[in-house]
Design a protein around this ligand. Structure first.
Ligand code: PGA
Length: 250
């Protein structure tokens, strides 16, 4: 399994921002880990073109569940692939909150992503109220079961554990809290898909990952990389996180 450093630019970036992505690619020409940036859809083609011949891969941040049709403003998985994406983030907490995405919808989108040959990064994570109520494992377990279709494999499924309260807040769970959830997710995937599949699905941690905390996070068992928001917008910061992930694989 190759570890994965994934950047989620969210609704940030215009053509001028491509230089940051290219600086990341240039800083890691022989990356020992997989490098991915998911820019806004408007930049996918330009980034994928610019990244040709580098280790940097490009992904989308969402796709529609249907293959095509009357869905004004939406983008299908096949369109992302056609634009140069190989990954798509699905069920990010901001999509679940801003657009009311349910587990069933995320599952349908994941099926669409797979049908288009994309690897899906399916996001799960509890709110602070859910954690405080002792419901973290129940919540992420339900999200995992409901959002991941049958037929998962290590090649086409990545899970990102992103506690909602840690996204963009500078707050990070303790190493013990991250380990507890990642161990739980691994066991749940093993139970559903068999250990041969479960152990190959990469489990990313996301939420306020920075160069200064990355090494500690990557040392946690069952953490196979990170999904990075704010710190992925600046090449120097994302590079520092990538370097920490490379160090963790030796
Ligand atoms: P953050 O975002 O790194 O800015 O906390 C992570 C994410 O939402 O994927």
């Amino acid at each position: 399994m190759r570890k994965l450093a994934a950047g989620n630019w969210k609704m940030n970036g215009t053509t001028g921002s491509l230089a940051e992505a290219m600086a990341v690619a240039a800083a890691h020409p022989d990356a020992a880990v997989e490098l991915l940036i998911c820019p806004p859809a408007t930049l996918i083609t330009a980034m994928a073109t610019a990244a040709t011949g580098t280790p940097l891969e490009v992904g989308g941040q969402d796709c529609h569940a249907a293959a095509s049709g009357a869905h004004t403003g939406d983008i299908s998985a096949a369109m992302l692939s056609d634009a140069g994406a190989s990954y798509v983030i699905l069920g990010h907490s901001e999509r679940r909150t801003d657009h009311g995405e349910t587990d069933a919808l995320v599952r349908a989108k994941t099926e669409a992503a797979w049908a288009a040959g994309l690897t899906a990064i399916v996001c799960v994570g509890e709110t602070l109220a859910e954690r405080d109520a002792g419901r973290t494992l129940e919540v992420v377990g339900r999200q995992l079961d409901g959002s991941v279709p049958n037929g998962a494999s290590g090649a086409r499924l990545v899970i990102a554990y992103e506690p909602v309260w840690a996204i963009g807040t500078g707050k990070v769970p303790t190493t013990g809290q991250i380990a507890e959830v990642h161990d739980f997710l691994r066991a749940r995937l093993d139970a559903r898909f068999g250990e041969g599949v479960g152990r190959l699905v990469r489990l990313l941690y996301g939420g306020s990952v920075k160069p200064s905390n990355a090494a500690e996070i990557f040392a946690i068992r069952n953490v196979d990389g990170a999904l990075v928001g704010g710190a992925s917008l600046k090449a120097a910061e994302f590079s520092g996180i990538i370097a920490a992930l490379e160090d963790s694989v030796g």
